[in-house]
Ligand binder design. Structure first.
Ligand code: FPP
Length: 241
């Protein structure tokens, strides 16, 4: 009998997978643990899913690691999330290079703590020549903020005479944080909630959405394969019949 990985149609893989990693807090609560330990286990799941995506030859993985709204959490939780990010970047550099993974970030990066910005720069520089999976970390990210930031960039360029109006979709997209990346084919949300939470609002116009009840710390390679197999059953019409 074929394993679930063997059932994947290699010719119909999602090129770009985006994930809303939700449920760290509920996972911790269900085990009587502090929320921070939920995030720590969430970071372990990040490691497993990044490696799995590289093995499965997915081209781009975008992870919603910290939203513009997440600053409103208790200071200790925000600090712990930043610490986990820095720890992840320090520990994973070797593994990212070993697996030919390039790290990039998306969001208002210049508003992150200096130490996080430095760690990000170090890892993105050190992996910039890698040609395999692109790991795109959404940090201090908001879909509306991204659209507003793009509009402000465009207005400046119009006023400087660098671009002409009217602006079309193609030019607009190029002004998003990573305007050259293909849009996600598959958006996964863990822990059951049916909303997009200000994630990639422009880019998910035609993205297939998969929601699982599994909490993020329990989301592993098998769960990822389930999501991909589900995606492969979808008929994508992009507004056509
Ligand atoms: C949502 O769970 C998760 C986050 C707000 C942060 C995601 C962070 C990680 C997975 C760990 C660190 C990341 C990296 C890249 C190393 P929640 O706290 O909203 O869960 P809840 O809705 O159950 O309370």
């Amino acid at each position: 009998m074929k394993t679930s990985e063997e059932l994947i149609d290699k010719l119909n893989l999602p090129k770009h997978i985006a994930i809303i990693m939700d449920g760290n807090g509920r996972w911790a609560k269900s085990k009587g643990l502090p929320r921070i330990l939920g995030h720590r286990s969430g970071a372990k799941a990040v490691r497993e899913i990044v490696t799995a995506c590289a093995e499965l030859k997915i081209k781009i993985l975008t992870l919603y690691a910290f939203s513009v709204e997440n600053w409103n959490r208790p200071k200790t939780e925000v600090r712990a999330l930043m610490m986990l990010l820095e720890e992840y970047l320090k520990k994973e550099l070797k593994e990212l290079n070993k697996n030919n993974i390039r790290l990039i970030a998306t969001g208002r990066i210049d508003e992150l703590p200096d130490t996080a910005q430095n760690a990000l720069k170090k890892v993105s520089d050190a992996t910039s020549k890698n040609t395999g999976l692109v790991l795109n970390l959404a940090l201090n990210y908001g879909g509306r903020a991204e659209i507003i930031d793009a509009i402000n960039k465009l207005i400046k360029e119009v006023l400087n005479g660098k671009i002409q109006i009217p602006v079309d979709e193609e030019i607009f997209k190029k002004h998003l944080y990573n305007g050259l990346l293909a849009d996600p084919d598959l958006l996964i949300r863990t822990s059951g909630e049916m909303r997009v939470s200000n994630f990639l609002l422009w880019q998910i116009a035609y993205t297939e959405i998969y929601v699982t009840d599994v909490f993020w710390p329990d989301f592993n390679k098998d769960e990822l394969i389930k999501a991909i197999l589900d995606y492969q059953q979808r008929e994508r019409r992009f507004g056509r019949i």
